[in-house]
Design a protein around this ligand. Structure first.
Ligand SMILES: NC(=O)c1ccc[n+]([C@@H]2O[C@H](COP(=O)([O-])OP(=O)(O)OC[C@H]3O[C@@H](n4cnc5c(N)ncnc54)[C@H](OP(=O)(O)O)[C@@H]3O)[C@@H](O)[C@H]2O)c1
Ligand SMILES: *[C@@H]1O[C@H](CO)[C@@H](O)[C@H](O)[C@H]1NC(C)=O
Length: 307
């Protein structure tokens, strides 16, 4: 068996590389075809039922307005009651026929079960689940004093919050051939400093939903969203102070980002990156990882010297 592996070690990489190279025009063609097909068969969400988590501010709030303009019926989930009520009111004004507000914490399993169940009780169906709720934890890894507490908080919200809601929603989404959108981050593939735990939670999301797409892909559409820099409460002075280079990046408005997300979900895109030019970081990271490291270490967040 070892001999077989030795032979494969030598023969397989060049063979696969050459085949992919020769097949690349065909692969690109099929990819384009799928994009065009997605564009032409884009879902009309008027009257459809959508759950949006983290809808009280930022991208989630704008997602609510975007779905509302398209006539969807919406369940809004978050912890801040006053903010959520205001978002619900504006969503109704923008054209949503029915908006339900559910206060809940996605890091609590029972809450995830409850907001899915209450949505079904009220609307009788579920078409889209948008896992958007998320928190950032900004720290150099060495500076954590209570690592278990910090890591659990971020993972329980970003990763487990999405996984649990997804678990309870799947039986209902299967009935409608529905869709799941999940808001990860480019930090999920590009490893920026100060965001080790956050980036790990976002990477876990990407991997989990890629696996889920293979398991239930044909029945339920899965779109993984990887935003770059979006103007929301997450991008606060603390973040800009740590990653000083960020200030030079043009942040996209949350409204424009939300439009891109809903378009991508309705077109059954596998990935949506907003703004899309941030996608080049994927190629840089894959093809020249050292360059990516240098960019983060020296340009984006030069570490202050300590004595
Ligand atoms: N802004 C960016 O540049 C950027 C870049 C990449 C990825 N993202 C991702 O985009 C998503 C939305 O973030 P944002 O930028 O729009 O920031 P934001 O304005 O802070 O929104 C975060 C939302 O998540 C909700 N949330 C947080 N913890 C929750 C919990 N335990 N249970 C329920 N809801 C919770 C918040 O509502 P309550 O506090 O009321 O619960 C809020 O509505 C996040 O997943 C974030 O990681 C943002
Ligand atoms: C860390 O935080 C958790 C939860 O708040 C607590 O139970 C634990 O005792 C803390 N550990 C240390 C070492 O402070």
């Amino acid at each position: 068996m070892d001999l077989v592996n030795e032979i494969l070690n030598i023969v397989l990489p060049p063979l696969v590389f050459l085949s992919l190279f020769l097949l690349s025009p065909l692969l690109i063609f099929f990819n384009l075809l799928r994009r065009v097909q997605g564009f032409r068969n884009a879902e009309d969400v008027a009257g459809k039922v959508v759950i949006i988590t983290g809808a009280s501010s930022g991208i989630g709030e704008e997602l609510a307005y975007e779905y509302a303009r398209r006539g969807a019926r919406i369940t809004l989930v978050a912890r801040r009651e006053d903010r959520l009520r205001a978002v619900a009111e504006k969503s109704r004004q923008l054209g949503s026929p029915d908006v339900v507000v559910i206060y809940g914490d996605v890091s609590v399993v029972e809450d995830c079960k409850r907001f899915v169940q209450e949505t079904i009780n009220h609307f009788g169906q579920l078409d889209h689940l948008v896992n958007n709720a998320g928190i950032v934890d900004l720290k150099m890894f060495e500076d954590y004093s209570n690592i278990s507490e910090a890591a659990a908080r971020v993972m329980n919200t970003n990763f487990w919050g999405s996984v649990h809601a997804t678990h309870f929603a799947i039986p209902h989404l299967k009935r409608t051939n529905g869709k799941i959108a999940v808001v990860s981050s480019i930090a999920g593939w590009s490893s920026p400093p100060y965001l080790s735990i956050y980036g790990a939670s976002k990477a876990a999301m990407i991997n989990f939903y890629e696996t889920l797409r293979i398991e239930i892909g044909p029945e339920i559409g899965i779109t993984i969203v990887t935003p770059g820099l979006i103007k929301t409460e997450i991008v606060n002075p603390e973040l800009l102070g740590a990653m000083r280079g960020l200030a030079f990046f043009p942040a996209m408005s949350a409204g424009r980002c939300a439009r891109g997300i809903v378009d991508g979900v309705c077109r059954r895109q596998r990935f949506v990156t907003e703004p899309s030019w941030f996608g080049v970081s994927f190629w840089v990271k894959t093809l020249c990882p050292d360059l990516m490291d240098m960019f983060y270490r020296f340009i984006l967040s030069p570490r202050p010297k300590r004595d």
